[in-house]
Design a protein around this ligand. Structure first.
Ligand SMILES: [Zn+2]
Length: 378
């Protein structure tokens, strides 16, 4: 449907927002005539439209933008129970949202997803584009071609080619990815970091996941294991707790939600994150200490990410209760204390909320990425 030239224009517009033909020619190092011809074809295909004229110095410019009805995408998150399913447009706006039970039986799980796709097709909203693909997110390891779940402890799956099976049953292209990678692609495409070529994303939930964009591309590592922060060794206070992976002192034994709630339980506090944060806010010493310790542990891990990778930004996605808590302050303090001071630049830390639906939106961004960027993004 699109040539490489089309994809380059769509990629630039989806990452940086509306631009003029002159801006595009400069950014992509193409002649104005080439850009004009490519843009004309994309307007004829109802993918781009012309926006407001901008009156500044010099001649007014017509801005080009991605149409909301250019295409739409289904995102399925099998990251936690219940599974979340969304329908988004190319800007990441959610038009349909539903939950379905997380089913570990492969055939039943695929059948439930196919049913959800059927329900979306029946209730298809007006004013948005045709379905262009499906993204699926799992907590686990996914093959490099984005089709097979190699292993997922959450689902108990090994070697499940869910991509091909769903594609056969829905007639749509399907892209499978792990949770952290899908979140960072969603951040790049639908979030506020599209203009950054080097940034990282870390999320904290049952485990702690990380992903890196390097030179504008997802860095998977040689074996696809880049960003697996949960099991990075970060024992503090000389104490190393046993981890479910068999090692001791892993980051998740200190900073993931189950670790925080386990410590709260042992201290006789309620094992509910909102309550622990509230008690810390009231100055309860054990609650303060538990959150401070967990935030510090994550801050130490992020300091190492910064020293190793030097991203321009790290986006940290947390339980909404933690975003403004002592956990977040301890995290920032640990990063400030442990990252080498530089005069001219500094990695920006952006903390935000994580909702289960975000993984489904991230899943939709996988399909959007393939539609907009083509294979050049892989
Ligand atoms: Zn571990």
């Amino acid at each position: 449907m699109f040539s490489t030239g089309h994809h380059r224009i769509l990629s630039a517009l989806s990452r940086s927002g509306p631009q003029s033909r002159t801006d595009l020619a400069r950014a992509l190092n193409l002649s104005k005539a080439s850009v004009t011809a490519l843009v004309r074809e994309l307007i004829e295909q109802n993918i781009l439209d012309e926006r407001e004229r901008v009156f500044g110095f010099g001649r007014p410019a017509v801005m080009l933008g991605l149409r909301q009805d250019a295409a739409s995408f289904i995102g399925v998150s099998l990251q936690s129970d219940p599974a979340h399913v969304v329908l988004t447009d190319p800007h990441g706006h959610v038009h349909i949202e539903m939950t379905i039970p997380l089913i570990s039986d492969v055939d039943a799980c695929i059948a439930a997803i196919v049913d959800a796709v059927g329900a979306i097709r029946r209730d298809y909203p007006s004013g948005i584009g045709a379905l262009a693909g499906i993204g699926v997110v799992i907590a686990g390891i996914v093959s490099g071609d984005g089709q097979t779940c190699l292993a997922s402890a959450t689902l108990g799956w090994h070697g499940v080619n869910i991509g091909q099976r769903l594609a056969d049953m829905t007639g749509l292209p399907v892209f499978v990815e792990n949770d952290a990678n899908a979140l960072i692609i969603g951040e790049q495409l639908f979030g506020d970091s599209g203009d950054l070529s080097d940034f990282s994303l870390v999320f904290v939930s049952e485990g702690i996941g990380g992903a890196h964009m390097v030179n504008g591309r997802l860095h998977r590592g040689r074996h696809g294991g880049a960003g697996e922060l949960s099991h990075a060794p970060i024992a503090i206070d000389g104490e190393a707790l046993p981890c479910r992976c068999g090692n001791r002192g892993c980051l998740e034994t200190l900073a993931a939600l189950p670790a925080i709630l386990g410590a709260a339980r042992r201290a006789g506090l309620p094992d509910e994150i909102g309550r622990v944060v509230e008690m810390a806010g009231d100055g309860q010493p054990e609650a303060l200490s538990i959150l401070h310790r967990a935030g510090t542990a994550l801050g130490l891990a992020l300091s190492q990410v910064i020293q190793f990778v030097d991203p321009s930004r790290i986006v940290v996605r947390l339980d909404p209760n933690l975003v403004e808590s002592v956990f977040a302050r301890a995290l920032r303090q640990a990063v400030e204390a442990h990252v080498l001071r530089r005069d001219s630049y500094q990695t920006e830390l952006v903390l935000g909320s994580l909702h289960p639906r975000d993984f489904a939106t991230g899943a939709a961004s996988l399909a959007a990425q393939h539609f907009l960027f083509g294979n050049s993004s892989l």
